[in-house]
Design a protein around this ligand. Structure first.
Ligand code: XMP
Length: 510
């Protein structure tokens, strides 16, 4: 009977990013004048609307640090033990931008020849090292000018500047604003290039270099504003699933314990992430977490319907992840025959979200900056997986195939990822025999890309360009200014470079 209703009336039509283009509007705004601030809740603001995906080949602490340093945020994946995930979050929250927290150090008994060998073996581009004893107490600083072949037989203890001549700051004195403290120091001590940080017992706690501090000062002039919490720490999110008891019920106690450990480390947002978020399991989890942690930003999903958005909003979520099957490694639509093309899903979700006063995050299917512009006409932020998986900050080994460098990128619903733990996200149990488990993602490779800084810089540039064309000075205006044009197959062909022989593929096609 349901089928009859559908087939007699017009079947709804689903559109995705490439099906539309945005019409230009009168503009008095230059791209560089546009502002990209957004919020994932009333308590969580980002400088750029980009979040890295909670996938085990995309976001661990290194990626989350890079995302937050660039004004976005990372969602640490949960294909690891709860303890490991807590540690990853702690790494992000304890990271101080510009402070190398675990600098490479040497011991006094080494010879300069040993130090030269370390530099060569590990490919270091620097040659100044703090010198510490076995308890990590600072003994001195080995300057680069002493680390030369002609001094190879000297011992580090003879070549180093002794402790009394080494410039240090106490950890406590940099706690408020580390960059400002370091910047002030370098300004007052011209000619000094390294500043060490120690604790009350003179243990080495970090190293600032003049060049890093200068670069950061330069970035703040470029308007790259890191995402920080009220205590000046980088923002960090983490994903969790809804744990089950052996009877298949929600294991509320485990859920609350897990979230509690993350919150103790300073977690800013928890993402209750499953492939199908319009379910009682996810609803109950959101409710429970909301009751226990009233101030925590809760992201929940994924859904593709107005009903799904309303359900999770009523349960207490602040931001709803939208997307089922658009991801570059997803096979949900092929395997399950289910999902809604992403732009239509965002449209229905955004209407429901506006009614409920929650935010929408567009998750998956973004392959170029133009897709982000289109997504942001309906959503408050986007989640990127594939676009970031080739960055050096993403977890995983680099492989060389025929002279080209690649990184592994896999769906969290791929067989390998599910074996590693993400089966719950797809409604399977980890102990299911693989034969019974229907994979909803593939294992793939991405070419190694530029650093996250560079990739995000290009994406931000593209978003700002789009906003300039639409005369939108901020993301709110972008939503109001958007006029969509359907693109034909010929229009689509026209949109990409055509009828030329490409000499060098442009990374960002507009
Ligand atoms: P992109 O297009 O950025 O997509 O690579 C990343 C998003 O895809 C989702 N995801 C999956 N979806 N099967 C799916 O159907 C999977 O195995 C899978 N793994 C990740 C997820 O929402 C992610 O952020």
């Amino acid at each position: 009977q349901a089928a009859e209703v559908f087939f007699k009336e017009n079947l709804p039509y689903g559109l995705t990013y490439d099906d539309v283009t945005l019409a230009t509007r009168f503009s008095e705004i230059l791209p560089r004048q546009t502002r990209l601030e957004t919020a994932l809740s009333d308590r969580l603001n980002l400088s750029i609307p980009i979040v890295s995906s909670d996938m085990d080949t995309v976001t661990e602490s290194r990626m989350a640090i890079a995302m937050a340093q660039n004004g976005g945020m990372g969602l640490i994946h949960y294909n690891m033990t709860e303890r490991d995930q807590v540690r990853e979050v702690a790494r992000v929250k304890n990271n101080i931008h510009g402070l190398i927290q675990d600098p490479i150090k040497v011991t006094p008994d080494l010879h300069i020849a040993d130090v030269l060998e370390i530099i060569e073996d590990r490919g270091f581009k620097f040659s100044t090292f703090p010198v510490v004893d076995e308890q990590n107490r600072l003994l001195g600083l080995l300057p680069g000018r002493a680390v030369k072949q002609r001094y190879r037989d000297r011992k580090v203890i003879e070549a180093m500047q002794p402790r009394k001549d080494v410039y240090t700051l106490n950890q406590k004195d940099i706690a408020d604003d580390p960059i400002e403290a370091a910047d002030k120091f370098f300004n007052e001590n011209l000619g000094i290039h390294k500043l060490l940080v120690v604790d009350d017992e003179d243990h080495l706690a970090g190293l600032f270099t003049l060049s890093d501090i200068e670069r950061i000062a330069e970035e703040s002039r470029d308007n790259v504003k890191p995402s920080r919490d009220a205590h000046f720490r980088l923002l960090c999110g983490a994903a969790i699933s809804s744990p089950r008891t052996s009877d298949g019920d929600l294991d509320g106690e485990r859920l609350i314990n897990h979230v509690g450990m993350l919150v103790d480390e300073g977690l800013d947002a928890v993402a209750i992430s499953t492939a199908h978020g319009f379910t009682s399991g996810v609803g109950q989890s959101v409710k429970l977490v909301r009751e226990q942690f009233p101030d925590l930003t809760i992201i929940a999903g994924n859904v593709t319907s107005g009903g799904g958005v309303e359900y999770l909003a009523d349960a207490g979520a602040d931001a709803i992840k939208v997307g089922q099957g658009p991801g570059s490694i997803c096979t949900t639509r092929i395997v399950a025959g289910v999902g809604i093309p992403q732009l239509t899903a965002l449209y229905v979700a955004s209407r429901a979200a506006a009614k409920k006063g929650v935010r929408v995050i567009a998750d998956g299917g973004i392959v170029k900056s133009g897709d982000i512009v289109k997504a942001l006409t309906l959503a408050d932020a986007v989640i990127c997986g594939g676009l970031l998986a080739g960055c050096p900050e993403a977890p995983g080994q680099i492989l060389e195939i025929d002279g080209k460098l690649y990184k592994q990128y896999r769906g969290m619903g791929s067989l390998e990822a599910m074996k590693a733990g993400s089966a719950a996200r797809y409604g399977h149990s980890k102990s299911d025999k693989n034969r019974k488990v229907a994979a909803e993602g593939i294992e793939a490779l991405k070419e190694v890309s530029d650093s996250t800084d560079v990739v995000l810089g290009q994406l931000v540039g593209g978003i700002q360009s789009g906003m300039g064309y639409l005369g939108a000075k901020d993301l709110n205006e972008l939503k109001n200014q958007a006029r969509y044009i359907r693109v034909s197959a010929a229009g689509m062909r026209e949109s990409s470079p055509h009828d030329v022989i490409e000499v060098k593929a442009s990374k960002e096609r507009s």
